[in-house]
Ligand binder design. Structure first.
Ligand code: ATP
Ligand code: MG
Length: 642
């Protein structure tokens, strides 16, 4: 129901109740007054009749003396006296004629038989049973209203008359004067008044309806105004023009306040959403696993990396209770749960998980500083810190730093060495011209010096090339094409070495952002090594795989394998075990993979064969660190010692 309708109904209801109550009070008062008035006037009349009756009896007894010992005679004489008395009958007749309320008058004897009545037919009959008028005098309002609107009845006002101041037999009065009064006298005088009262009430209620509607309108007008101002405010917010100012009108002031509140709320909302965005970003990029628990142990803030520690996604954990997240049967789970249940903080405690991973745990309980009871916590913050990955990052950083320093050093040295080499070459030529073929032995020495100088020049050139910063030409490429073209390039080598190649490539494209020339070079080096490792020929298997985040190319040969003692060195620049090898191949492969945020893994069994795995992030992966993707337990690539 609308507020306005409610208000109108309430006011109307109130007016209705008030009108009704007042009307009832007034009516009851008026009816009682009327009844009282009627009683007193008829009581006076009864007294007058009693007086007239006594007078008539006095005269009657004087004219016809009677022996009061004989009741029959006495009755007869009394009846005759009363009936013959002119004054009495005149009085009774005039009352009947002119009084609107009197129905009949009768005088009865001590036995209840009528002696004289205005209704002649009643003479010598017993008094008709009628209710006493006092019933009406003491009656309730309902009683009175029944008398007004119900069936007309006759009520008696009676008065006893004694003879010589004595009561007759059985204490009954000698004579009784009864005046029958019609109840209709009430309806006659009250009905028009009551109809008027009802009409008035109706009009009053109708008026109240109108007035209340008007009042409701008036009362609700400020609300409508506020609502209009809010609409205008919302409109202005959109268009950017907001009028402001001061008014003494309370409504306008209230709406200004609402405007200001709205603006403040909007600001808070903006700050809050910016904060939330920042927090989400932080939570996504955090290396550490962070879980914030509420007082009732539910996780409300979870960093993405928690998945690495718990194997559960962030969305699986949010809103879940701590005992559902951490399993007591695991080292990590029991450490966290024990501390949490006991309400004890954990300060950088190191544990080793079932998979051998070393994790540092911190648990802090957050207390409300404003609360007197400091034991009451607001929640808890759990931090999981991966010690392995920290170490790896540190060593990777160190490696990059060293590589950069070596690069700078080698290019500097190379430059410095190349100039004297050039000078030596020039002077050697001059020396050769001066000797002019005169001394054969000296010329042979010269040639040896020249060929060694050329070898030195090549070494220095490789060193400079290798350490020069490379600018990658990254393009999205299908790795299947890279693999196929490398196998084609090496096909001649396979043929001469009697190597059968099997390649397993996925059906759908495996896209990665790579410098395809460099990547082909990297793969070619490994493929050629594989072929070269099988002196008597054999099978070489090349497999390309994509698992959603990374692509792996594995190259497996069934050659001699790599002895344990040199496995650490194979990625080193210039390390070779081959007679005509340069030892650049794997160092280059390692570097190229590193430039692509990839890595090289090697597993080998001497005498049985070797498997190299090149891993690369796929195009759709933004987090390019592969460390977390490779299965645990595999030996990671060794850093080259340049
Ligand atoms: N598949 C393999 N099986 C056995 N040993 C290998 C294999 N791949 C590499 N090696 C070992 O690692 C060494 C270094 O290899 P790398 O490719 O860097 O140099 P290289 O092959 O000797 O010379 P280059 O490739 O420069 O011609 C090799 O000399 C060899 O001893
Ligand atoms: Mg090689």
């Amino acid at each position: 129901m609308r507020l306005k309708t409610k208000l109108v109904l309430a006011i109307t209801g109130l007016v209705f109740v008030m009108v009704t109550v007042l009307s009832i009070l007034y009516l009851s008062q008026l009816l009682h007054q009327q009844v009282e008035q009627s009683f007193s006037s008829n009581d006076i009349l009864a007294h007058q009749i009693v007086f007239a009756t006594r007078h008539a009896l006095e005269i009657g007894f004087k004219n016809h003396p009677v022996d009061s010992k004989h009741p029959e005679e006495l009755r007869k004489s009394v009846a005759v006296s009363l009936r013959e008395d002119q004054g009495l009958s005149a009085m009774l007749n005039s009352v009947i004629r002119y009084s609107p309320t009197v129905f009949d008058i009768s005088i009865a004897d001590w036995n209840g038989l009528i002696l004289v009545s205005t209704d002649v037919g009643q003479n010598d009959q017993p008094v008709p049973p009628r209710p006493d008028f006092s019933e009406m005098r003491n009656g309730t309002l309902v009683h009175l209203i029944q008398a007004v609107f119900g069936k007309p009845r006759v009520y008696d006002v009676s008065l006893g008359a004694e003879r010589n101041g004595e009561r007759e037999q059985n204490g009954k009065p000698f004579l009784t004067v009864r005046i029958g009064i019609r109840s209709s006298f009430l309806s006659n005088s009250f009905q028009p008044w009551l109809i008027g009262a009802f009409t008035f009430s109706g009009v009053a209620i109708l008026g109240a309806l109108l007035v209340s509607a008007f009042v409701a309108n008036l009362a609700l007008q400020p609300l409508t105004q506020i609502s209009e101002r809010l609409d205008a405010f919302a409109q202005a917010e959109m268009t950017g023009e907001l009028e402001s100012g001061y008014s003494s009108d309370a409504v306008v002031q209230v709406s200004y306040k609402i405007e200001r509140l709205g603006r403040r709320m909007r600001n808070v909302e903006e700050v809050f959403s910016a904060l939330k965005e920042n927090l989400d970003q932080i939570m996504t990029n955090l290396e550490d696993g962070i879980l914030l628990f509420t007082r009732d142990a539910r996780a409300v803030l979870v960093s993405d990396s928690v998945e690495r520690f718990l194997g559960m996604g962030r969305n699986q954990i949010l809103g879940v209770e701590i005992h559902e997240i951490f399993d007591r049967t695991t080292v990590l789970g029991s450490t966290v749960r024990d501390a949490f249940d006991a309400g004890v903080s954990i300060v950088q405690e190191e544990i080793t998980t079932e998979t051998g991973r070393r994790v540092q745990i911190s648990l802090d309980f957050i207390h409300d500083d404003h609360q007197a009871d400091r034991r009451q916590t607001l929640g808890a913050l759990l931090t999981l810190h991966d010690l392995e990955s920290v170490r790896e990052i540190e060593s990777e950083l160190e490696l990059s730093r060293r590589m950069a320093a070596i690069g700078r050093l080698t290019s500097g040295v190379g430059h410095e060495v190349k100039n004297p080499i050039n000078a030596i070459v020039v002077h050697l030529e001059l020396l050769r011209n001066k000797l002019d073929g005169s001394d054969d032995r000296a010329l042979r020495h010269l040639e040896i010096i020249q060929s060694e100088i050329q070898r030195l020049d090549r070494v220095v050139q490789t060193l400079v090339d290798f350490s020069r910063p490379v600018e990658l030409q990254l393009q999205e490429q299908d790795l299947r094409e890279v693999v196929s073209s490398v196998l084609l390039l090496a096909s001649a080598e396979f043929e001469t070495r009697d190597v059968q190649v099997t390649s397993l490539l996925p059906d759908s494209p495996v896209l990665a952002k790579i410098d395809s020339d460099l990547m082909k070079q990297a793969l070619l080096n490994v493929v050629l090594n594989g072929a070269q490792a099988m002196a008597d020929g054999g099978k070489l298997e090349v497999k390309l795989n994509a698992d959603g985040r990374i692509a792996t190319i594995s190259i497996r040969d069934h050659g001699e394998g790599i002895p344990e003692e040199i496995r650490q060195k194979i990625f080193d620049l210039y390390f070779t075990t081959k007679r005509d090898g340069s030892g650049i191949g794997l160092a280059m492969t390692y570097r190229i993979l590193q430039l692509h945020n990839g890595q090289v893994d090697v597993q080998s069994q001497p005498g049985k064969g070797t498997t190299f795995v090149l891993a690369l992030p796929l195009s759709n992966v933004t987090d390019v660190r592969l460390r977390n993707f490779l299965p645990t337990g595999t030996a990671l690539s060794k850093e080259p010692r340049g």
